[in-house]
Design a protein around this ligand. Structure first.
Ligand SMILES: C[S@@+](CC[C@H](N)C(=O)[O-])C[C@H]1O[C@@H](n2cnc3c(N)ncnc32)[C@H](O)[C@@H]1O
Length: 252
């Protein structure tokens, strides 16, 4: 079952999915082709690749993890889109050893920049994979969301540490190697030559509210999803989002 069909998981993906789906629809219109070529760098087990393939597009997933690629293959098979999903073992830093330069209408880079050695090079490679008209969907861990989450959990020193650490980490036990502000992410996209089409804050409240409130109150999940959608575009909430999504656009 895709994330879009799992109610609780949709809290993680709904905002990004709506922005991505609109961007793909616009590209279909702009290119005059119903089936786009989409590259998902660090696409993992296919949280986005499989739903994108279900729209009729051809998706290539590049990921260094053989286990993730194996799970991707099984998931694509179960969703009936195995013929439109191709998994390739590779790294965003050596992207053109495994895929063509300028070969894709859209490139996804979701939850990957946090882990790579050189985020600027990662974004440049993602952009260089685009055709003359294309879109980059970039999702990265937000700094402010981590500060807020640590503080609300009572870890005040860690919250302050994340705020001052150059990589936005709250300590040695932090599993995330790097976090970003909205300015940093848009700066990377612009430096790679794209125009910023939109910025969205993702999971502003979803990770902070106790799960029991969402799972037991009738209609609460639907209301929370509506609230997340309403605040996602408001700059005031970008600084406290768990993740930040930037849509980069390349126009001829
Ligand atoms: C948090 S998961 C995100 C997976 C997927 N993009 C999603 O949104 O569900 C991070 C993924 O990045 C991959 N990854 C880590 N380092 C990478 C690199 N240097 N180049 C490409 N992918 C990488 C991991 O194997 C993993 O599948």
């Amino acid at each position: 079952m895709s994330d879009q069909l799992r109610p609780r998981a949709s809290l993680r993906t709904a905002v990004v999915w709506e922005v991505l789906k609109d961007a793909l629809d616009r590209l279909v219109e702009a290119t005059g082709r119903d089936a786009l070529d989409v590259l998902d760098t660090g696409g993992g087990t296919g949280n986005f690749a499989v739903p994108v393939a279900r729209l009729g597009h051809r998706v290539t997933v590049v990921d260094p993890s053989p286990n993730a690629l194996f799970a991707l293959e099984r998931r694509a098979d179960e969703a009936g889109v195995a013929d439109r999903v191709r998994g390739v073992q590779g790294d965003i830093h050596g992207l053109f050893e495994v895929v063509d330069r300028a070969g894709y209408d859209a490139v996804l880079c979701h939850g990957v920049l946090e882990y790579v050695d050189d985020p600027a090079e990662g974004v440049r490679n993602a952009v260089d994979a685009l055709r003359p008209v294309g879109a980059l969907s970039l999702l990265g861990a937000g700094l402010g969301g981590a500060v807020l989450a640590r503080a609300l959990a009572g870890h005040f020193a860690e919250a302050r540490q994340a705020l001052t650490d150059p990589a936005g980490r709250w300590g040695d036990g932090d599993p995330v190697p790097r976090r970003f502000t909205a300015d940093q992410l848009t700066g990377l996209v612009e430096a790679a030559g794209l125009q910023v089409g939109a910025i969205h804050g993702v999971r502003v409240f979803g990770d902070l509210v106790p799960g029991v409130l969402v799972d037991t109150e009738p209609g609460a999940l639907e209301e929370l999803l509506k609230l997340e959608a309403a605040v996602a575009e408001l700059p005031a909430f970008h600084s406290v989002a768990t993740q930040l999504h930037v849509l980069g656009e390349k126009r001829a």
